[in-house]
Write a protein that binds this ligand. Structure first.
Ligand SMILES: Nc1nc2c(c(=O)[nH]1)N[C@H]1C(S)=C(S)[C@@H](COP(=O)(O)OP(=O)(O)OC[C@H]3O[C@@H](n4cnc5c(=O)[nH]c(N)nc54)[C@H](O)[C@@H]3O)O[C@H]1N2
Ligand SMILES: Nc1nc2c(c(=O)[nH]1)N[C@H]1C(S)=C(S)[C@@H](COP(=O)(O)OP(=O)(O)OC[C@H]3O[C@@H](n4cnc5c(=O)[nH]c(N)nc54)[C@H](O)[C@@H]3O)O[C@H]1N2
Ligand code: SF4
Ligand SMILES: [Mo]
Length: 742
């Protein structure tokens, strides 16, 4: 039988590696990195190879499921939509729009169909109860970047190809393959930097795989990043090292920042950080005195009570040391499609704001259109007008991924109706009334909407489907349009493609005005996300402007480049002031809300640090909560262990390999202990996304080694008040050995 070769971007993590996939007789025979890929040059990790397992996983859902008398039964798509039409509209009519909620999860960032059409369902519902995994993750960085640069996705990232000093804080790209920074083969790039004389410094409470590669590693007390960063900024001012470099004419608020951090001297914060004052000063000096340098911080710095402040101070350091928007420093990518910082008038914009509405129970402000995901359980539990009774989950597993999962699980059982778009019957979707599966990534086409805005190099790559899809299965954007039509009362019979045509015509009218008819004509023959992509590419910064710039990009050109690994759009370029979208047209170094929030860490500095705290970690063979069912990833040593420093183990009488009871407030779990000198004393590390022993889930392999759910231990009431982000690290715990059974 003929073997065919296909090229597909891996949708499993932010590295977006180009893969080469061989297929014979409808079956995948091999998955490798695509050596010619202009962006990832052949790199891949074990998860990329596991796309075959995912496609073939007998537990992966191929048809909708409807819960009848407490048991899921397979259903056709017509039956599933009919069931939703039967049950949903009466509830919406009786209880109003805010009685519904939508929660959307991580894989949607990697699915063009989900990302570009999710908003249509949310708009049809008209609810303010929109939740996502962003508030378990990067919302602090998005808020800080939005306030400084004017748009939520204008995030500065290291120009690793040219830097000489990279300071990595609270990130472990050797395991995670990078985040809010699309950088396949971080290790190769870091080593190349070291080979040209550059230096990697890591700040982390654990001596991680990335720290092991680094030239220097400093332990930090979890949650203390705000203090370290503020003291580094203070040092730049105190030692007259402030230099704005190429962006000098475009920065507001330098003096205000200097005054705001004056009390955060290295001596004042050293004990809280666990880093001595001399080292803090030295880090600041090195950053200022290295021509090409950059600070990069990720999830460890975001998922803490001062997440927004820490995220902001990272870029304050990049600006004040002269490294923002400069080669080898912190730069902005220029995406070929869908980027708000390439649209509209260059150099100025509306900026960002928060608090257009508030959560009903906690009063938490809306941020980027969302409420904190940790408010979801109480919004379902608390009676009164606007109590959530109907829930849509889209590619998310918050029972495992969100703090206080057991509370949420109990709340889900009280809903009047729940629909899940998901590919598994798992810890969250077991609570649904109807589950609507998505396609296997190998059956779906792909173009990354978000990650080219965060990429180490500019590029445009498109992947066609590798395998034919199951008969009758809709693409996920079609499912979202059908759900939106049912919500609007247009019925389950509505044809998704006709709905899409109508929506597109409406959007074209709104956005292109007089040229709407021409745009509709020029894109005829396309539908769904592909049509949106065609418009975005052609009107984007490299686009052909519908023929006005014949050399420019079109969807056809990007598609045609698939076999040669996509289109390279070059190294990062300076983009200030053009990319700014703040009302002032300047980088806002001192947003008032952030200056005001410094009062919290200033006061808390006097608070006694807990003896023992817990943090998270990632392993290259995992992906949050949902890839423990794939044989190639599940094999090998058990990964859900609690890493404990030998001194702590001795003090707490914990044995390597034995089970320990871990408690935090009224919540507790049991996890297997692994004694490790990688840990900072007083800090325990346990990965999240485990706990596959809940009844009713259908994950046969994962259930064999279920692990412990870190989020059953964490408190859903702990948040960064500015961004609404959950606190997932630095949480006080107690730990004791579980008595051995005879
Ligand atoms: N304690 C602690 N908790 C954490 C973290 C931490 O560091 N510590 N990290 C947080 C972070 S950064 C994130 S992003 C969240 C992630 O949390 P979630 O957003 O809940 O994402 P996942 O855990 O990846 O679960 C993904 C879900 O999508 C489904 N899925 C996979 N592919 C598809 C598809 O193509 N279509 C559809 N419809 N469904 C699909 C899977 O079956 C699964 O149910 O977890 C957070 N939770
Ligand atoms: N293999 C794999 N890759 C993944 C994922 C996965 O689950 N598995 N998840 C993906 C997702 S959704 C995301 S968001 C990214 C995240 O990508 P990364 O941010 O690189 O995530 P981690 O590997 O968890 O690294 C976070 C580091 O922060 C440290 N840390 C914890 N608390 C603190 C603190 O208070 N201060 C400091 N300075 N450090 C701290 C931890 O020890 C850990 O080493 O990874 C993505 N990639
Ligand atoms: S690093 Fe691994 S999971 Fe991430 S995109 Fe590349 S192959 Fe996929
Ligand atoms: Mo994430």
């Amino acid at each position: 039988m003929l073997e065919t070769i296909h090229h597909r971007i891996c949708p499993l993590c932010e590295a977006c590696c180009g893969l080469e996939i061989k297929v014979q007789g409808g079956k995948v025979t091999s998955i490798k990195g695509h050596a010619q890929d202009v962006f990832s040059a052949g790199y891949l990790c074990p998860k990329g190879v596991a796309l075959k397992d995912l496609h073939e996983d007998p537990d992966r859902l191929r048809t909708p499921l409807i819960k009848r008398n407490g048991t899921f039964v397979e259903a056709t798509w017509e039956e599933a939509f009919a069931e939703i039409e039967r049950r949903l509209p009466p509830l919406l009519a009786a209880h109003g729009r805010n009685a519904s909620a939508v929660v959307v999860g991580n894989p949607s960032a990697h699915k063009i169909g989900l990302l570009s059409y999710f908003g249509k369902l949310a708009r049809a519902l008209g609810t303010k109860n929109i939740f996502s995994s962003s508030t378990l993750d990067q919302m602090p960085k998005q808020l800080a970047s939005g306030l400084m640069f004017g748009h939520w996705l204008s995030v500065a990232l290291p120009d690793i190809a040219r830097t000489e000093l990279l300071l990595v804080i609270g990130a472990n790209p050797l395991a995670s393959n990078g985040s809010m920074w699309t950088v396949p083969d971080f290790k190769g790039k870091a080593k190349a930097m070291q080979a040209r004389g550059g230096k990697l410094i890591v700040i982390d409470p654990r001596r991680t795989e990335t720290a092991a590669l680094a030239d220097a590693h400093h332990f930090i007390r979890p949650g203390a990043d705000v203090y370290l960063l503020a003291a580094m900024v203070q040092t730049l001012f105190a030692e007259k090292l402030v230099r704005l470099g190429s962006v000098a004419a475009w920065v507001n608020g330098v003096e205000e920042v200097g005054l705001a951090v004056a009390a955060f001297t290295p001596e004042a914060v050293a004990a809280r950080c666990g880093i001595d004052a001399g080292t803090i000063r030295q880090l600041a000096r090195e950053l200022a005195n290295t021509q090409r340098a950059c600070v990069y911080a990720r999830i460890g710095s975001c998922t803490q009570e001062y997440g927004t402040l820490a995220s902001w101070l990272v870029d304050v350091l990049n600006v004040l040391s002269g490294h923002l928007d400069s080669p080898g420093g912190a730069m902005f990518a220029k995406s070929a499609a869908f980027a708000s910082n390439t649209a509209g008038k260059p150099g100025m914009g509306k900026g960002v704001s928060t608090g257009r509405h508030f959560a009903r129970v906690s009063g938490a402000p809306e941020v980027f259109g969302e409420l904190p995901i940790t408010c979801m359980a109480e919004e379902i539990e608390t009676a009164g007008p606007g109590q959530v009774r109907v829930l849509f989950t889209v590619a998310t597993n918050p029972v495992l991924s969100s703090p206080n999962g057991p509370r949420l699980a109990a709340a889900l059982d009280t809903l009047d109706f729940m629909v899940s778009m998901d590919i598994y019957l798992n810890e969250t979707t077991r609570h649904a009334d109807v589950i609507l599966p998505g396609l296997s990534p190998l059956e779906d086409f792909h173009y990354d909407l978000a990650f080219p805005q965060l990429s180490w190099r500019n590029h445009a790559r498109y992947s066609p489907p590798v395998l034919a899809r199951t008969d009758g299965a809709p693409e996920e954007w079609q499912t979202l349009l059908k759900l939106a039509a049912i919500v609007r009362g247009e019925g389950a019979q509505a044809d998704a493609n006709a709905l899409d045509d109508a929506q597109f015509a409406e959007d074209a009218q709104r956005l292109a005005g007089a040229q709407a008819a021409a745009v509709i004509r020029a894109t005829s023959g396309l539908k769904g996300p592909q049509r949106l992509l065609e418009v975005a590419l052609r009107t984007g910064p490299y686009g052909d402007m519908f023929g006005m710039k014949p050399e420019g990009l079109t969807l056809a050109k990007v598609m045609a480049s698939n076999s040669v690994g996509g289109i390279d759009l070059g190294e990062l370029q300076a983009r200030i002031p053009e990319m700014l979208r703040t009302p002032s047209g300047k980088v806002e170094l001192a947003p008032p809300a952030l200056l005001a929030d410094l009062a919290r860490p200033a006061t808390d500095l006097a608070r006694a640090a807990p003896d023992l705290v817990i943090i998270g970690r990632r392993d290259v063979r995992t992906n949050n909560s949902w890839m423990h069912n794939l044989p190639t990833l599940a094999k090998g040593p058990f990964r859900c262990t609690a890493l404990v420093h030998p001194d702590d183990a001795q003090r707490l009488k914990l044995q390597d390999g034995a089970m320990a009871h871990i408690a935090s407030g009224p919540r507790s779990i049991q996890a297997r202990v692994q004694i490790s000198t990688e840990m900072m004393p007083g800090v325990v590390s346990l990965p999240h996304g485990w706990g596959h022993d809940l009844p009713g889930a259908r994950l046969q392999l994962a259930a064999q080694r279920p692990g412990a759910n870190l989020n059953a231990l964490l408190d859903d009431q702990l948040r960064d008040p500015l961004s609404g982000n959950a606190v997932l690290g630095g949480v006080a715990i107690t730990m004791q050995a579980v008595a051995q059974e005879a």
